[in-house]
Ligand binder design. Structure first.
Ligand SMILES: NC(=O)c1ccc[n+]([C@@H]2O[C@H](COP(=O)([O-])OP(=O)(O)OC[C@H]3O[C@@H](n4cnc5c(N)ncnc54)[C@H](O)[C@@H]3O)[C@@H](O)[C@H]2O)c1
Length: 278
């Protein structure tokens, strides 16, 4: 029915969720309890199903197709956010795991993508806005990062892939690219904190450990050594998507109002255990 009295909604702030996969949907369900949602993903069919699902269960949701590696596409998303009056919360959850693509594509989606999103959405942040970028435990486990740290500190360089190739050559593979992209993402968040702070906005990363999602299950299948990591996890289990949503919700809330430019590990203690093991 078109009667306007049936379309009055509470005045909620806008939350942008980028990535509508396993974790993205869990995060959207949680943040959608106190935000209007703008969900973006490269997969239109997934967006349609998420919109139907959330829309029919009381969420205020709009969707937009987005390729995070394409600057025009990210700029279009920023225009939607601008027309909406800016954002209060941003959760960047999209990413590719090592089994999902070649090393170049993994680097583009996991590093160039977040860098483009941070660049184009910052102008639409205001006092009290906050952004969380989902990184990974893998970013804390990379060796010899110093060799490429300078290159990776310019994630929007046109020649990023060529420069990495010239330093690392045949060492490069999807697993190393995943680790490097996530470490560089954590560094990006530290580097950008002052610029976000100028607007009294916050920017942080969150690094999940082993989490039970379709992506996590795929990696267990393709990398059996992950069972060693599971055995070494102090809490002796994988995390679940609700535990990641808990962390994201906290970091985006007023309870985290003095937390910026840092990374939160949500990993059941595996990083601490591995460091002690040496
Ligand atoms: N699942 C785990 O165990 C685990 C552990 C550590 C970190 N992570 C990180 O968590 C994040 C999400 O994981 P998930 O389990 O929800 O994965 P998922 O595969 O279920 O979801 C990822 C989403 O990203 C979207 N996407 C891919 N390329 C895109 C692009 N170019 N532009 C826009 N969207 C794109 C996909 O369509 C998909 O909907 C990733 O960044 C991943 O690296 C996951």
């Amino acid at each position: 029915m078109d009667d306007p009295r049936l379309h009055a909604w509470p005045d909620l702030p806008l939350c942008v969720v980028i990535g509508a996969g396993g974790m993205g949907l869990a995060v959207a369900r949680r943040l959608g309890q106190h935000h209007r949602l703008l969900i973006a993903d490269i997969d239109q069919a997934r967006l349609d199903s998420v919109k139907a699902d959330l829309g029919s269960t009381g969420y205020l949701v709009q969707t937009q197709k987005l390729d995070v590696t394409d600057e025009t596409s990210v700029s279009d998303l920023a225009s939607t956010v601008e027309q909406d009056g800016g954002f209060r919360s941003l959760a960047h959850v999209a990413g590719l795991s090592p089994s999902m693509a070649d090393w170049q594509t993994i680097m583009a989606v996991n590093l160039r993508g977040p860098a483009l999103v941070a660049r184009h959405l910052l102008p639409h942040a205001g006092a009290g806005s906050a952004a969380v970028f989902i990184s990974s435990l893998a970013g804390h486990m990379v060796a010899n990062y110093e060799q490429v740290s300078e290159t990776l500190s310019s994630p929007l360089s046109d020649d990023l892939i060529g420069q990495l190739e010239s330093v690392l050559g045949e060492e490069l593979n999807p697993t190393l690219s995943y680790q490097l992209s996530k470490k560089a993402l954590n560094e990006m968040v530290r580097r950008l904190a002052p610029a976000w702070g100028e607007k009294r906005a916050r920017i942080v990363s969150l690094s999940p450990g082993l989490i039970s999602t379709p992506m996590g299950d795929l990696e267990f299948k393709n990398q059996p050594m992950k069972f060693d990591l599971l055995d070494a996890t102090p809490l002796k289990r994988q995390g679940n998507m609700h535990e990641i949503a808990d962390g994201v919700e906290f970091l985006l809330s007023e309870k985290a109002s003095f937390i910026t430019g840092t990374d939160l590990l949500v990993d059941g203690g595996i990083h601490a255990a591995l460091i002690q093991r040496g």
